[in-house]
Design a binder for this molecule. Structure first.
Ligand code: ZN
Length: 624
């Protein structure tokens, strides 16, 4: 904890709202959400004269200028019942100018929103169906340019369809006209508190856990059907363990209570988005039905939960955008997302939601991906963080050569390395748990933001154990090859190896995402229809002419199925005859002769005997 920094940041407390009335009120009429139409009425305290209003552009957690500007299908600004003319900034389309007439101290803003049914990413992607909706306040408000949203006292309310219920981390009470009115908070906290609404919502309350048995945790499950919200009998107990494991690592909890808003539908985009006191977690409708699906749920809920500390409470200075118009700098996303990815899988494993052998295959899949991809040979890991706002939306084609948002999974090896180096430099006394405990501790209770810069990481690490922490970490970030990544893995006592045995984690992902991943053998990644998602440059299929977005039609003259392709890879090893792949490229067909004879090949971790097994230590429960 750094008391000087805390004192200087008092103004950033999200919940500091004066006792007098709200500067901003926003009432969302969501009764027509099933037809993807919402109408919002906002009132905003203003002063006479020119005023620039901003529609939130840089959305926290999205690290990109992703505010869904094109969802606006109607806008009217009025004062004392008179419509005002508005004009858009031609260089900044999220900003409009109005002139507030003399004597006016409040504007009425009416927004009509048409929600998307397909396409887009995060905010811009579908988030509502005929039976459920995730309502995010940032999509329905405008605020004055340059004004810190943490200093705008606000009250939000929402009218949901008859027969639906709602979940939100904010307290609520019945308001006027059937609305649900939420507690007064700052605009920043309102935007940080999405509302999940739906016809079928099941709330699972988790058992309390030390060291904070009174802080309540729950999971609110909304789905397109009632049966999709069913959970096994041990579900609440197991997620209670996750909250307990997080408490053991982070020591303090910067929330009054925490709710996962888990929304299950095949008609919404699938991702997770973090908030201080909740997370917006979206997955396929039937994901809770079997063990493999529930492992995917554990990974997502673990990741978004860790963000309450790493990303929401402690946030890189460059990722602050107080009025949602100031551009963000993603340079430290290898901490924000990378360490979250680390703890987001480790904590569910410590809690028993993921088995250690599954975790090892997950790490092997990641290491194996970077081992064969050509992207890390030209682009250093740090550059993927700097370019995050573009890479989030980049095409799936050529992603292994381009690199994607690798600051998530590739940074896990950086943090595994830091963990084993902390153990080595402290004579076995300290681990990454100690760093996490120090760096993320603070006051229990209401949400607050405590920004940091890169050097703060090195200072904290050095206070635990002296070493060249900048050198150890920047080696992972600045060198365009995989040496640091694979060496970092070896420091945990395990190394990457390949065998014909299938990787459990790859199989789970194949099943859930309907993929066939043969990157480590012929070098192809296919979707369920046989469309090539990506190729691995330099491997047999690419050398034979395969490219992303070609469609694999037949294998050795017979219609493609994933099993047929698996069998052909096995047969080619015995026969030493090339595999013939008939592909469709636009309107033309072509047969590729794939000279690959090494059989099935999947990544695994193998123990390096005689070295400390720090990976297994990392995965051990810390709750007694
Ligand atoms: Zn994340």
């Amino acid at each position: 904890m750094t008391p000087i920094r805390c004192a200087a940041l008092g103004a950033l407390l999200l919940a500091c709202v004066p006792a007098f009335g709200a500067d901003l009120t926003v009432r969302i009429d969501a009764r027509e959400v099933a037809r993807r139409h919402l109408q919002t009425h906002e009132t905003l305290a203003v002063k006479p004269g020119p005023l620039v209003l901003v529609y939130p552009k840089w959305i926290p957690a999205e690290h990109a200028p992703a505010g869904p500007l094109d969802s606006i299908i109607g806008l009217e600004i009025a004062a004392n019942g008179q419509k005002l003319a508005w004009k858009r900034d031609p260089y900044e389309m999220y900003a409009i100018t109005v002139t507030v007439p003399a004597g006016v101290n409040r504007l009425d803003i009416t927004l009509d929103s048409g929600l998307p049914a397909d396409g887009g990413g995060f905010s811009s992607s579908p988030g509502s169906t005929a039976r459920l909706a995730i309502i995010r306040w940032n999509e329905f408000v405008m605020l004055p340019k340059g004004r810190d949203a943490a200093t705008i006292p606000s009250i939000g309310s929402v009218v949901i369809p008859a027969g639906w219920t709602a979940s939100c981390s904010l307290d609520s009470h019945p308001g006027e006209g059937g609305a649900l009115e939420f507690e007064p908070v700052s605009l920043a906290q309102l935007i940080d508190s999405p509302v999940q609404a739906g016809q079928f919502i099941r709330r699972v309350d988790l058992p309390g856990s030390e060291p904070h048995p009174d802080i309540h945790h729950s999971i609110s499950i909304a789905a397109d059907t009632d049966e999709a919200t069913d959970v096994p009998a041990d579900f609440a107990v197991n997620y209670g363990k996750l909250a307990a494991e997080a408490g053991a690592v982070f020591a303090s909890r910067h929330y009054r209570h925490y709710v996962w808003l888990l929304s299950l539908s095949d008609h919404i985009a699938h991702f997770g988005e973090e908030h201080h006191e909740s997370s917006d977690d979206r997955l396929p409708e039937t994901i809770l039905k079997d063990d493999d699906g529930r492992k995917e749920v554990a990974g997502l809920l673990g990741h978004e939960y860790v963000h309450s500390w790493n990303g929401k409470f402690r946030r890189p200075q460059g990722l602050l955008s107080p009025d949602y118009l100031k551009p963000m700098d993603g340079s430290l996303l290898w901490v924000y997302e990378g360490m979250t990815e680390f703890w987001g899988d480790v904590l569910p494993t410590r809690a028993g939601l993921i088995k250690p052998e599954d975790y090892r295959d997950l790490i092997a899949e990641n290491a194996g991906h970077y081992d064969i991809s050509s992207g890390p040979n030209w682009r250093p890991l740090a550059d993927t963080a700097v370019e995050a706002q573009v890479l989030y939306d980049s095409p799936r084609a050529w992603s292994s050569a381009r690199r994607s948002v690798d600051f998530y999974e590739a940074s896990v090896f950086l943090w595994l390395d830091v963990d084993s180096q902390l153990r080595a430099h402290s004579g076995g006394k300290a681990t990454l748990d100690d760093f996490t405990h120090r760096f993320y501790s603070g006051n229990d209770g209401k949400p607050e933001v405590k920004p940091y810069v890169e050097n703060d990481l090195y200072t904290t690490l050095a206070a635990i154990a002296p070493a060249d922490w900048r050198g150890i970490i920047r080696k992972h970030l600045d060198v365009a090859d995989n040496t640091a990544l694979l060496e970092g893995l070896k420091h945990t006592g395990w190394q990457l190896s390949y065998s014909a045995e299938k990787n459990i984690y790859v199989e789970i992902l194949n099943k859930i995402r309907k993929r066939t991943r043969l990157e480590w053998s012929i070098g192809l990644n296919l979707d369920e229809k046989g469309v090539i998602i990506d190729v691995i440059e330099g491997r047999a299929a690419a050398l034979a002419g395969a490219a992303p977005e070609m469609m694999l039609v037949a294998v050795n003259g017979k219609k493609f199925t994933p099993d047929l392709l698996d069998a052909a890879i096995v047969a080619a090893k015995a026969s030493h005859k090339p595999i013939e792949l008939l592909v469709e490229n636009d309107d033309y067909y072509r047969t590729l002769s794939v000279a690959y004879f090494d059989g099935p090949r999947f990544p695994h971790l193998t123990r390096i005997e005689g070295t400390p097994d720090t990976l297994s230590e990392v995965l051990k429960s810390h709750v007694h």
